[in-house]
Design a protein around this ligand. Sequence first.
Ligand SMILES: *Cc1c(COP(=O)(O)O)cnc(C)c1O
Length: 421
Amino acid sequence: MDHFLYRDGALYAEDVPVAEIAAAVGTPFYVYSTATLQRHFRLFDEALEGLDHLVCYAMKAASNQAILKTLAQVGAGMDVVSQGEYLRAKAAGVPGDKIVFSGVGKTAEEIRVALSGGIRQFNVESEPEMDVINAVAQELGVIAPITVRVNPDVDAKTHAKIATGKSENKFGIPISRASAVYAHAAALPGLDVIGIDVHIGSQLTELEPFEKAYQKVAELTEQLRSEGHNIRRLDLGGGLGIPYTRSNDAPPLPVEYGALIKKTLGHLGCEIEIEPGRLIAGNAGLLISKVIYVKSGEDRDFLIIDGAMNDLIRPAMYEAHHDIVPVTEPAAGVESQPYDIVGPVCESGDTFAKQREMAPLAADDLIAFRSAGAYGAVMASEYNSRPLIPEVLVHGDQFAVIRARPSFDEMINRDSIPEWL
Ligand SMILES: *Cc1c(COP(=O)(O)O)cnc(C)c1O
């Protein structure tokens, strides 16, 4: 459920008409709902009720400071994958003991910054990384809490670009080598080995791959404990999928996911951490765009819109589907027609949808891409010298620009000219 609904024929974000925001900030832009973000966080928090737990929002999904603050205020921890994300979490007021550092390529500098500023734990992905964390911790005279990310070799049954839990993926250490790697970690004086981490992929639409992975984590917990390791925290990653269409089968609900966690791991007495990103932000955001032209081709009509692949790359990168709806609700009984919906960028890949059935649209009409809150604005670029588009946050009947559109001068003046020119 989200908070983007039609009222009297107009699309609203909570209590604000989307067309009103468009008039104020211009198109294209992203708009997020505070109520939806918080609702999604609470669904996870409630799903783990009864377990000692922390929900760490994976901010790579949508990392605007206002979004982070909105989630931090209701108690979210943060999962970060770079120094920039770590500093964003701190700037949003998240205490270090609620920040988890993931990622395969943490540099010594990133580790130093996190250890100095406070960190809940590092999720370690290799032995060389483990050695560097140990060295930096010793240099700073602190002990670094770590888990080791294990790769359970489970097929997440998702798009190849976002599957991470198979042995051919770059992530984690093979679960078969866990014993040796944990023994290595335990011998390093700068580390406190507190648990196990796993994350098998994103946009999972079934519970079965989670179940397989978590069963392996349960077995590994018992095994490592029998080898003398004090395993007391399990980080189960993110990955729960969201419904991108209204028509197909909905993915499992957070409450079902929580029940699975309790069933597979509840008996171990560990603190449980999860790192959802997409499910918290995805359906909490829309991309709003305007029709520039309706162009009739030989065998099809194109809607050429002012949003493009540089603003929302998911369709080009992952063959992703987004529901696209008009901001003015079509009158009942209006016959739809198929459109190819494309942006102005000079690439055929700049196509959002082919032969999409829509009520007839004309130049200047506004459309909304649903489920655009996660992996949307964060993956945007200025390709074709199209300035990054603004982000807007709605809260009840208020809205605020939370990242302004740069002017063309700002964009151009970011470059500098060498003196020989
Ligand atoms: C991307 C990622 C997440 C979040 O995944 P979602 O599918 O957005 O929930 C969590 N943990 C790690 C380690 C990730 O890389």
